[in-house]
Design a protein around this ligand. Structure first.
Ligand SMILES: *[C@@H]1O[C@H](CO)[C@@H](O)[C@H](O)[C@H]1NC(C)=O
Ligand SMILES: *[C@@H]1O[C@H](CO)[C@@H](O)[C@H](O)[C@H]1NC(C)=O
Length: 303
């Protein structure tokens, strides 16, 4: 069962990464260099809201904040250290408080990848192409947005007042943090093509129609040569695909080897098991509290 849970976790992480290409921040040119300022505001503000107060009133509240001067090499995988720290000294531009969008503006409607039309796909392509053409010095660039995920999801910052790395995975910070990431990624893409109704697509890999990699991800500008071709259509994705870490005995990645029809049935059964039958408590789905100075409790299914 552990292997299955991890399979799901890895699946969700992989899919979220492939699908959103990570992000953050600042679409208006005049504020685009205020990245560090945004970090100071949005992320700690969010973490403060989501972290848990001390049990004892006398106790200092257990607030989790990133120590922005502690950025260091981080490890998503123990065999693959990465360095994704932003430039330390970005700008003197004042921090801009987040404003909710004007509710009278048209809503952005996210559509499933298997129902996108050519017109939408060409807009999405154009936006990603522009984003990938921005220099790394631009906080809206593809690389900088990918780095943002790297920073907070592989523990590149320590928590303030502690040597423990801050990692927003596997706790109740997982969902709100990634929503924030996608929210800004989507707004930046829209602003790059002058379309403030632009919405990211979503990949509904939990229904049979969505159980192959969307066609568009196999082509530029979405394509990446490091992808494993053996998973491309017509292969049905194995939602239980698992790659135990190098430290574990059974290191390696395992394919189910099932035919398409059996794979679809197995995927559906696994989704039911993981999301319905096996997730009776809120914590099992949303993740557990993240307390300052230590990692989130990993009893939940939160990725
Ligand atoms: C930071 O930027 C200011 C100008 O904005 C510059 O004077 C200073 O030398 C820079 N500091 C570092 C450490 O790069
Ligand atoms: C932040 O990190 C720096 C560098 O590691 C360290 O010197 C400083 O004490 C830390 N600050 C806090 C509040 O933890």
């Amino acid at each position: 069962m552990e292997a299955k849970k991890w399979g799901l976790v890895l699946g969700i992480i992989t899919i979220a990464a492939a699908f959103t290409r990570i992000l953050h921040i600042l679409e208006a040119p005049e504020v685009q260099h205020a990245l560090l300022g945004e970090f100071n505001f949005i992320i700690p503000g969010m973490l403060k809201l989501a972290s848990s107060p001390g049990k004892d009133q006398q106790e200092k509240p257990l607030v989790i904040l990133p120590n922005l001067t502690s950025c260091h090499e981080s490890m998503g995988r123990s065999d693959l250290p990465v360095y994704c720290c932003p430039p330390m000294n970005q700008s003197n531009v004042a921090i801009i408080d987040f404003q909710f969008p004007d509710p009278s503006l048209p809503l952005r409607v996210r559509r499933p990848t298997h129902l996108l039309d050519d017109n939408y796909i060409s807009k999405y392509k154009k936006a990603i192409t522009i984003m990938k053409s921005l220099p790394d010095t631009d906080p809206r660039s593809y690389t900088r947005q990918a780095n943002l995920h790297c920073l907070f999801c592989t523990g590149a910052y320590n928590q303030q007042g502690s040597n423990s790395p801050l990692n927003i995975h596997r706790s109740w910070l997982f969902f709100p943090w990634h929503r924030m990431l996608i929210y800004f990624h989507e707004r930046i893409l829209g602003s790059l093509i002058g379309d403030d109704t632009f919405a990211l697509p979503f990949w509904p890999w939990d229904i049979p129609e969505g159980m192959v990699i969307p066609e568009m991800y196999m082509k530029a500008p979405f394509f990446h040569e490091a992808r494993d071709f053996s998973h491309f259509p017509p292969s049905v994705v194995d939602l239980d695909y698992s790659c135990p870490t190098p430290s574990s005995e059974d290191y390696g990645c395992f394919e189910s080897g099932l035919g398409p029809e059996d794979q679809v049935h197995t995927n559906l059964a696994m989704m039911y098991n993981q999301m319905v039958a096996g997730a009776k408590k809120m914590e099992l789905f949303m993740g557990c509290p993240y307390k300052a100075g230590r990692g989130g409790l990993a009893m939940g299914l939160a990725p």
